[in-house]
Design a protein around this ligand. Sequence first.
Ligand code: ATP
Length: 199
Amino acid sequence: MLLRRLEAYGFKSFAEKTQLEFGRGVTAIVGPNGSGKSNISDAIRWALGEQSIRSLRGAKMEDVIFAGSIKRRAAGVAEVSLVFDNQDGQLPLDYNEVIITRRVFRSGDSEYYINKTGCRLKDIHDLLLDTGIGRDSMTVISQNKIDEILSSKPEERRLLFEEAAGISKYKLRKREALRKLEVTEQNLIRIKDIISELE
Ligand code: ATP
C-alpha cells in the first residue's frame, strides 16, 4: 500500500500546515538532531490510531499539540492526514485515494475521519486490519521496538505473526461474537425468569 502524502498542522513541531509527498520506492528523511524526523513517524502512528502517548514520546495526549515557540503561539488543535493510494482496491472503499485524518483539541476531544467523513476509531481499525498498516502492525518500527521484539515472550511474539498473517481480524470478530452471545444468553435467562413468574 502506498502512502502518497502526509499533511500535518499543529502536530508536535509542525506548527504550520506541512505537506510531505512520498513517491514509490525508498524515501529517506535526513536532518539535524531535533529537527523533527521522528515526529514524522509519530504523526503516521498517531493518525493510524495510536493510543499510547508514551510510545509517541509524550506524557499526555496534549503533548502532541504544538506547544509554542518564541515566535509562535501554541496551537489549540493538532491534525494529521494520511493519504493512501487505493487504486488497487486494497482498502474496501470505492475511492482511488483514501484519506485518514485524526484531530485532537486541548480539551482532549479526539476526532477521526475517513475521506473527510467523521467516523469512530473502531472504523479506522476495521478498515486497516490485516492491511499491514494497522495500529499494531510493524509498519513503523522504532529504535527500541527491535529490542522489545527480541526480548518478548513467545506469546507476545505470536501476536506479531498473527497480525502479519492476517488472522487478527478474525480473532477480534470472534471475541466480539462471543461477547454478544454472552449478552444474549443473559437476556434469555431473564426472559425465562419472567415467563416462569407469569406462569
Ligand atoms: P534525532 O535525530 O535527535 O532523533 P529528530 O530529528 O528525530 O531528532 P524529533 O525527535 O522528531 O527530532 O523532534 C524533536 C523536536 O520536536 C524537538 O525540538 C521538540 O522540541 C519538538 N517537539 C516535540 N513535541 C513538540 C510540541 N508539542 N510542540 C512543539 N515542538 C515539539
